[in-house]
Design a protein around this ligand. Structure first.
Ligand code: G6P
Length: 372
């Protein structure tokens, strides 16, 4: 009902707007001012976590994209190899699992059958399973060794928004916590990142306050058939998520690519006035990736693409090549998906609405897929 939507036209818009609070709630009580994490609810003994020699993330849909981003954080902060797999594929390839494997199962609903079957398989092989879940007492957390709840509040719209952002925060917490427990050489950095995470709620709020041009752009593209998304590093899964949102909601052909792969195929798709969204990594830090993606933007623009560039505030190098420029606040590289995803959610929601689609209940999709 309208009352439940609190004045918003859709649950999706309401849930997009709730993201600053949702990400703050995921952190609540789990970090202190000194940058130390306390995840007492993760009832896997520290001794067991110190012995983990492989992390495997299993999930579906948007939660899988959170897992792809988690891999960068887990490997960087813990130096433990991490694989990410679609839950529906996992058990059919006879994966290598034992007591030293930590399986992280990510699921908003906690009821996705593919993810549940993957975690059952993992436990049968002796692996420990940590669930990242938004629904208290649901099946996936009940069948896991431990659970980190995302505390996003109920998500009603089929296309996941606030659950995704909070899954990311939970993944970062797990990665940082593993680093903390294992005493990796990133100790100082971990404290800084924990503090940076505390600023994310405000950063998301700022992004939400600047979305009018994104909505206007989305409406102007409502007649298009295809939109491509490019990104590198953690921006690659962000590109995949931007494309998924557009498929789910606008029923358009949308594809996400790793920008480095452009020359190996996707550049053949570029034609006059094709909208291409590019997620640009920060020019600070790993600036070589920034420079490479700026050349990618030049290359596609020279071939006629209409470039929609998502870049950090103060990144001037992209300005000459951006037909549309969307600014996001500066964050540490690994945390950028928390701000860069938000304009893509707004873009897909507005574009779908402009095409006359019902955003909360997209055709053929279910919020929670409880069959294999
Ligand atoms: C369905 C939903 C997606 C969701 C996926 C995984 O496909 O439409 O929005 O990402 O399931 O759901 P889960 O509840 O396991 O996160």
């Amino acid at each position: 009902s309208a009352a439940e939507k609190a004045g918003y036209a859709s649950f999706m818009l309401k849930e997009i707007a709730e993201q600053p609070k949702a990400v703050a709630d995921t952190l609540l009580g789990r970090v202190d001012g000194s940058g130390t994490l306390s995840l007492d609810e993760v009832r896997i003994p520290a001794g067991v976590l110190r012995e983990v020699d492989k992390v495997v993330v299993v999930a579906c849909g948007t939660a899988y994209h959170a897992g792809l981003i988690a891999k960068y954080a887990i490997e960087h902060w813990t130096r433990i190899p991490c694989e990410v797999e679609l839950a529906s594929e996992f058990r059919y390839r006879d994966p290598i699992l034992d007591q030293q494997t930590l399986v992280v199962a990510i699921s908003q609903s906690g009821e996705t059958m593919d993810t549940l079957m993957a975690l059952r398989h993992a436990r049968e092989q002796g692996a420990r399973v940590l669930a990242i879940c938004n629904t208290n007492g649901s099946t996936i957390p009940r069948e896991s060794d431990a659970v980190l709840y995302t505390h996003a509040g109920p998500e009603v719209a089929v296309a996941s928004t606030k659950a995704f952002l909070t899954q990311l925060v939970a993944c970062y917490l797990v990665a940082l916590y593993l680093g903390q427990v294992r005493g990796t050489k990133y100790g100082d950095e971990i404290g800084d990142v924990v503090r940076d995470l505390s600023g994310i709620s405000g950063a998301v709020e700022r992004v939400l306050g600047t979305m009018d041009p994104v909505r206007e752009l989305a409406r102007s593209l409502a007649h298009k058939n295809t939109v491509l998304f490019l990104g590198r590093h953690v921006g690659h899964p962000v590109a995949l998520e931007g494309a998924l949102k557009l498929k789910e909601l606008a029923y358009m052909h949308a594809e996400g690519f790793a920008a480095g792969e452009l020359k190996h195929g996707p550049i053949a798709l570029i034609e006059e006035d094709l909208p291409v969204v590019v997620v640009v990594p920060s020019p600070r830090g790993r600036s070589i990736l920034h420079d490479k993606i700026v050349s990618n933007i030049q290359e596609i623009r020279a071939r006629g693409a209409r470039t929609i560039v998502i870049a950090e505030e103060g990144d001037e190098a992209v300005v000459p090549y951006a037909d549309h420029l969307v600014r996001v606040p500066a964050t540490p590289t690994l945390l950028q998906p928390l701000v860069a995803t938000v304009p893509l959610q707004v873009f897909a929601c507005e574009l779908a609405t402009a095409r006359g689609n019902e955003v909360d209940q997209p055709r053929n999709l279910a919020k929670s897929v409880t069959v294999e």
